[in-house]
Write a protein that binds this ligand. Structure first.
Ligand code: AMP
Ligand code: GLY
Length: 442
């Protein structure tokens, strides 16, 4: 009998995680809490339990005889869901509340890196506007302003001039845009170079890196517009050399895993290193304590081993096996609602996209319409019968023999579609195609 797994979360990341678990022979049943109705189109079960309701999730696990849970988003991790599960003898793949601080508190992460000489941008933390503003004036621009705590990437301003930096400080300290409890800001040096994401499966002291990926954080083509949760990703990233990846593993991932274990906050789960390949080598811009979104939608399709079996091995302190395709590129583009990230327009019928054996739709902000009779029947007929319910609506992903072929396939399809009410970036993967790639990796 195969295993039963609960996936916690509701986005495209959880959709690809659930689909990948179901692909493996070791897993029979996956339920996503709360999931979304787009996943149901793929035959994935969902249950309407809010991820903040730990007691109800525990009750579900026990009454349905589930083997373990995988936690997708950061918020339940910060709220100690893994600790709560452990207390009642249940297994959840993800870090404890204490270890998840590596994502939840930029200050915690920065201090850890400073103690262990892990390369990252120089930084200072401030708790009041005056001192922070004085530092901005003394330091000059460019400078990066980060609100400490959870703001899903929205708390970060890359300021190319001091005025923008001061405005960001005002938003935080004066306008209280990110709340007003325990206000803390990290001001850090601007790092120049290509960004890439290196995620690893971690078991306290050991880790298994995944193929690297590259997200596109800004809303519009050419890295213009506001920062978002991510507008598209691809993997592998040919313009980042194997040597750079090896350096990142040796100077960043290994010492971070070791430091967390030695300092009494051992990390189990997915450690996501957001890195910039600078001229001095890779440096950390952030750690996440979970799978990246949309990176996961471009990385897990490359996995050829059984995901559930490997995570189960990690949860039982056994050796997992991870194998990856090296003959293909996966590329995913986010379809977002007009107005995202500021004020996304909701309730628009979500267009249906044809897929084949290599391509998939991973749904995020979709719901069933409450009053379908009020929608234009023609619009609804051409759609998935779902309407948008938030900013990032879906990820359209494909595998192809080359990055160029993946890009062509995705954009030929998206460009031919009526996407009124939605937008997407047209240049996912462009940095790889523009870059000079070493011969061996073309
Ligand atoms: P974060 O939420 O820390 O990942 O920041 C959001 C985005 O801001 C990152 O994906 C980068 O594109 C950019 N960013 C953050 N920190 C830096 C930095 N020190 N130098 C340059 N860009 C940065
Ligand atoms: N794509 C960035 C993140 O998941 O935080």
């Amino acid at each position: 009998m195969g295993m039963k797994v609960l996936v916690i979360g509701s986005g495209a990341r959880e959709h690809v995680i659930a689909a990948t678990l179901l692909k493996g022979a070791s897993v029979d049943e996956v339920t996503v809490a709360p999931g979304n109705p787009g996943m149901e189109l793929d035959g994935i079960r969902t249950t309407r339990i809010d991820p903040s309701n730990h007691a109800a999730l525990i009750e579900f696990m026990q009454s349905s005889n589930y083997d373990w849970a995988l936690v997708g988003p950061e918020v339940p991790l910060m709220h100690g869901i893994v600790d709560d599960f452990r207390e009642v003898g249940l297994k959840a793949f993800g870090p404890t509340r204490a270890a998840a601080q590596v994502e939840g508190s930029k200050d915690f992460a920065k201090q850890l890196m400073a103690r262990h000489a892990i390369p990252t941008a120089a930084y200072r933390a401030f708790t009041d506007y005056e001192a922070a503003a004085a530092y901005v004036m003394e330091h000059g621009a460019p400078i990066v302003v980060k609100a400490d705590g959870l703001a899903a990437g929205k708390g970060v301003t890359v300021a190319l001039d001091t005025q923008t930096a001061l405005k960001a400080l005002e938003d935080i300290f004066v306008e209280h845009r990110f709340g007003n409890a325990d206000l803390k800001v990290v001001l850090e040096d601007f790092l120049e170079g290509q960004e890439f994401s290196l995620m690893s499966f971690v078991n306290g002291t050991e880790f298994w890196p995944m193929p690297i990926s590259q997200d596109h954080k800004r809303a519009y083509d050419g890295d213009k517009g506001p920062n978002t949760g991510g507008m598209g990703a691809y993997s592998p990233v040919p313009q980042i050399s194997d040597e750079t990846v090896k350096t990142a593993i040796d100077t960043i991932v290994r010492p971070t895993v070791k430091a967390l274990a030695e300092e009494g906050t051992p990390f189990t789960g997915i450690l996501y290193a957001g890195l910039i390949a600078t001229e001095e080598g890779p440096k950390v811009i952030e750690f996440n304590a979970r799978f990246g979104d949309p990176e996961t939608e471009a990385v897990l399709p490359l996995l050829t081993s059984d995901l559930g079996e490997s995570i189960n091995a990690i949860l039982n302190n056994e050796q997992p096996t991870f194998t990856w395709r090296t003959d293909a590129t996966a590329l995913g583009v986010v379809l977002a609602s007009d107005g995202y990230p500021g004020n996304p327009k909701k309730g628009t019928p979500v267009p249906a996209i044809d897929t084949d054996a290599d391509s998939h739709i991973y749904y995020a902000g979709v719901k069933k319409p409450k009053h379908p009779e009020n929608l234009n029947p023609a619009d609804l007929a051409a759609s998935t019968s779902l309407v948008s319910s938030s900013g990032r609506v879906l990820v359209y992903e494909t595998l192809a023999p080359t990055l160029k072929a993946a890009q062509t396939k995705i954009y030929d399809t998206l460009d031919a579609l009526d996407t009124t009410g939605f937008f997407y970036r047209h240049d996912i993967g462009a940095k790889a195609l523009e870059a000079v790639v070493p011969d061996s990796k073309q």
